[in-house]
Design a protein around this ligand. Structure first.
Ligand code: PLP
Ligand code: SF4
Length: 461
């Protein structure tokens, strides 16, 4: 496969696609050669995960070094300004860095996800929270969040191969920034025993999500250790490794044979015990899908792992039906099942990337029926405060003018009400004016909450 790519002698602008009969156009060109510093990098080098790791971009000088003349002083100043405002580190693999259209960088949907521009920031919503989903409040062990009855979230590390500006765990993922100090941790195998013990002792747990951070940065021995330890617990039926890897470093799965073999072994063990081993990845647009994705999925398919995708709805990135639909179709064609589209969480430092419940709901309505039901992503709001994932149309009350919605969660949190707030700059003018007037908005919110409580009381079963 690598040979086939190496033989393609396209210039970066000459995008060769699959035959139209296939119906899906995947970029097979050597697109990275449009980045001045990588003009002479061949497909074999580009396709090596170690080269991708070693050449990841993590700083402004790093950006200047690879972009050379493509980086205007205005752009560099804007990025420098962005780095003073973001809670996230900057890290882009060469793969994802060269998916950015540097000719139109301001509006580029890939750039917008990973490289903050100071000029695009707006103030946080007054109700934004560091730990919007209250994951820390549901901690059963230092590494395990147990919110739902039969499933839990294991966070063995807080490092990722790329950093997303909109990360829901910006309070802990990646290193500290100018505005946010964090205690990051790497994978420490000798500290997980209490977590495994808790899972063993809580037989209602059937399903473990291994996230972070990103499972891509777990060593093969750790994939093996976590996978086999969990699958050996009789009451565990399903495990999933969460990694953005397929979207941002697909060559990991064709060039790190040891890692893939460790996963394959975990899959074999799962198959022997009739247990599901899955990988949940994170594509947000079809720009992230190329011929490298197909190669990665071919290799992963051979392990028998089931692959699903979870997107975040990000304003200016994928908040259109066409983008979501195209992405869902293309992912499905590569055996990646679209699973969730999350309404952006209410975390600080990324207000410009959020959109409204109303927009998400409209997109969800259009997606339904546009593709096979099992490949139709469910649009959800992860209710702030720890209500868990809720179908986007399942709010109990929604005031679109001031952008507040009320959610109940009878299984995860019976009797409680959770509130999500739309970004103020997206509200109608009347709503924006109300938020500018503190006594007025407080009155209106109190009224809304009283109605939501009355409604919850009336519908309680
Ligand atoms: C998302 C999540 C899960 C898994 O939920 P699914 O709906 O099965 O994908 C488990 N625990 C926590 C805390 C979560 O946030
Ligand atoms: S890959 Fe996931 S955990 Fe890592 S920064 Fe992005 S959203 Fe956060």
């Amino acid at each position: 496969m690598m040979k086939e790519a190496a033989q393609t002698q396209n210039t970066a602008t000459d995008i060769q696609t699959d035959s139209p009969a296939v119906g899906y156009a995947f970029d097979r060109s050597e697109f990275w050669r449009s980045i001045p510093a990588w003009r002479d990098i061949d497909a074999e080098t580009f396709g090596n995960f170690r080269w991708q790791q070693q050449n990841s971009i993590t700083s402004v000088p790093g950006i200047q070094e690879v972009l050379q003349g493509l980086a205007t002083p205005t752009l560099i100043a804007d990025i420098e300004d962005g780095l003073l405002k973001t809670p996230m580190n900057v890290r882009l693999t060469p793969y994802i860095f060269s998916r950015i259209n540097w000719g139109n960088v301001e509006d580029d949907p890939v750039r917008r996800q990973f490289l903050p521009l100071g000029s695009q920031f707006i103030p946080d919503h007054p109700h934004a929270m560091d730990d919007s989903l209250n994951e820390d409040g549901h901690k059963a062990t230092p590494y395990l969040t147990h919110r739902y009855p039969d499933k839990a979230l294991f966070l063995p590390l807080t490092l990722c191969p790329v950093y997303c500006s909109f990360c829901t765990r910006s309070r802990m993922v990646g290193g500290s920034t100018a505005v946010k100090s964090k205690s990051t941790y790497g994978a420490k195998t000798n500290e997980w025993d209490a977590t495994f013990e808790y899972i063993r002792n809580n037989s209602q747990l059937e399903d473990i999500v291994i996230s972070g951070g990103d499972a891509l940065l777990l060593r093969p021995s750790q994939i093996h250790q976590i996978g086999t330890t969990l699958l050996e617990i009789p009451t565990i039926r399903r495990i999933r490794f969460a990694t953005k890897g397929i979207a941002i470093m697909p060559m990991k799965f064709t060039s790190d044979t040891e890692w893939v073999e460790a996963l394959a072994e975990v899959c074999r063990m799962g198959r022997d015990r009739m247990k599901e081993v899955a990988m949940h990845t994170h594509f947000n647009t079809d720009r992230e899908i190329t011929a490298w994705t197909s190669r990665a999925m071919k290799a992963l398919s051979e392990t028998g792992v089931r692959v699903r995708n979870q997107s975040v709805l990000v304003s200016g990135v994928n908040d259109s039906f066409d983008c979501l639909h195209r992405t869902a179709k293309k992912l499905s064609s590569q055996l990646i099942q679209p699973y969730y589209i999350y309404l952006h969480d209410m975390v600080p430092g990324c207000e410009h990337l959020r959109t409204t419940v109303r927009t998400a709901e409209q997109l969800s309505r259009r997606l339904q029926g546009s593709i096979a039901g099992f490949n139709t992503p469910r649009v959800v709001c992860d209710a702030p405060g720890g209500g868990g994932k809720r179908e986007i149309s399942s709010y109990s009350l929604y005031d679109q003018e001031i952008g507040v919605s009320a959610w109940t969660s009878p299984t995860a949190k019976p009797g409680e009400i959770f509130y999500y707030y739309d970004p103020i700059h997206r509200l109608p003018n009347e709503g924006q004016a109300l938020w500018a007037n503190e006594p007025e908005i407080n009155r209106r919110l109190a009224k809304f909450k009283a109605e939501a409580m009355a409604k919850a009381e009336a519908t309680r079963i």
